[in-house]
Design a protein around this ligand. Sequence first.
Ligand code: B12
Length: 214
Amino acid sequence: MSAEILENLKKAITGYDREGAVDWARKAVQERIDPIKALDTMTVAIRQIGDGFGQGELWLPDLVGAAAAMTAATPIIEEEIKRVGARRESLGIVVIGTVYGDIHTIGKTMVATLLTANGFAVNDLGINVTAESFVQGVNEHKAGILAMSALMTTTAPEQRKVITALKKEGIRDTVKIMVGGGAITQEFADSIGADGYDPTAPGAVELARRLVGK
Ligand code: B12
């Protein structure tokens, strides 16, 4: 039953079926399917579409259609993750965003949701966030962790710009910096002087805990 629901959820995303994706996400919640598993299923689906686009087999409208289905279904699952993981204790303050020039929001929001569900106080600056806004966010929220997402090879260098801006402001060492997103590798993270990288959202939570020593 649960395998069937997840399979249908995946099919709805790869079939650009927004309503279907919403319905199957609701069914997954009703049937108490592990919401992390549901998120994983949707991630596999959207990556499949992304691969097709990358290989020239699919086109931008395909990407947009699948993203719309995923964007409609994701909040339903994220709500469940928050419900299941609701906690009072705060593990620390996080400022998160997708870098300037990049409007990909799905992975960044997943990381924000899982961090929230695991007890971090998360301030999501959204997408297309400039280096100045990241610096302002870290200052304003007195963040212990800055998390940046970048999905494109053209926008990944923005993460370096943000670190440079934090150094200029004299606050680089007040905050732990973690980076991720489809365009980022451990090697790249090391090269820009980030404190940590992880390729997955659950891994981002473990990384954040390690960075704050909890
Ligand atoms: C959906 C999508 C879109 C949607 C975005 C909708 C939205 N609201 O987000 C739309 C259609 C708008 C879009 C637009 C574009 N896209 Co696009 N898109 C994708 C696609 C298919 C999926 C992205 C996604 O959501 N993945 C699922 C999430 C869950 O994965 P994720 O973001 O990587 O996040 C995971 C991890 O990386 C990690 N993580 C994420 N953030 C962080 C942060 C930290 C700190 C940590 C630790 C971990 C972490 O946790 C997440 C969960 O596991 C990818 C293909 C792919 N393989 O990723 C292409 C892709 C990223 N897009 C691409 C391109 C080229 C574009 C466009 C330029 C297309 C165009 N010609 O207009 C525009 C760019 C617009 C812009 N300026 O940003 C390319 C980028 C190529 C490159 N290497 O530079 C890709 C790779 C497709 C491809 N194969 O060519 N896109």
